[in-house]
Ligand binder design. Sequence first.
Ligand SMILES: Cc1cc2nc3c(=O)[nH]c(=O)nc-3n(C[C@H](O)[C@H](O)[C@H](O)COP(=O)(O)O)c2cc1C
Length: 307
Amino acid sequence: MNNNLLTVNIAGLKLQNPTALASGILGYTGDSFKFVEESGAGAIVTKSVGVSPRVGYSNPTVVQAKSGLINAVGLPNPGINEYTEELKYAKSVLKVPLIVSVFGYTSEEYALVAVKAAEAGADAVELNVSCPHVKYTGSEIGQNPKLLTDVVCAVKSAVQKPVIVKLSPNVTDIVELGKAAVKAGADALTVINTVRALAIDVETQEPILSNVRGGLSGPAIKPIAVRCVYDIFEALPKTPIFGCGGVSDWRDALEFFLAGASAVQVGTAIAFEEPAVFEAINKGVTAYLKRKGYGSVKEIVGLSHQA
Ligand SMILES: Cc1cc2nc3c(=O)[nH]c(=O)nc-3n(C[C@H](O)[C@H](O)[C@H](O)COP(=O)(O)O)c2cc1C
């Protein structure tokens, strides 16, 4: 949907509406991103890509919980060199901003992937420093202010595009990590990645996921994500935030805006509600803004802090 009420600008990215596809949902191909764009998303975040190809974990990699999914797919990806042609194609067919999610095992690897993604046409990069289930990357970096600072500094000095840092909820104080990322140069934050979780099959009496531990997503984590956005906005009111975690309808999106997010990313809801969820969110938010007499969604960002 494209109307003036919904346009937002996040770290220089112009979004026709404040919704985006979250990383890891619907994968890597330009055609699936185009389908998501046509379903109403205002931006696309790709699945995380690293320097080298990775197969990921063996099945089962996803299990349904009562209000969401627990996944440990293990960052399967083709590697940035193999992905470059598809990225160029995606960029050529998309009208909305294309954000490439990158990960690495060192700050140099993050920077290398970010540079190649930018060269292939990425409008911004999102640093996955928050994957909870792969060793030596993801949240092992995002839980440590020093490592996080090194990664963000390395990427910032290597690319001219906006750098978005995706934070982990699996920390004692998410604000400390948010501040470290912004001090190191992050242009925006995505809040949050999945919450560490585990499911057990009572018949086999064993953990269900092949990796044992995974990350919980979907409606179950929305209140955690809203709290994290609220905390980050309170401490860093000038830093644009993509709210992420359990958004499945326009009311959820509004909660994130009122907590301080400028836009929301949608992941698991696509598995349950299909990509039509974007159009439904945009319609609902537009109707709400009109009903309440606002001229732009920007006017309600962080409004709950005034209460
Ligand atoms: C199957 C699956 C794969 C995911 N892969 C990635 C990934 O590659 N990189 C990343 O940063 N987040 C990944 N995520 C996390 C989502 O982008 C998002 O942060 C999380 O699922 C919470 O949002 P949701 O409740 O709307 O799904 C993945 C989530 C799921 C369910």
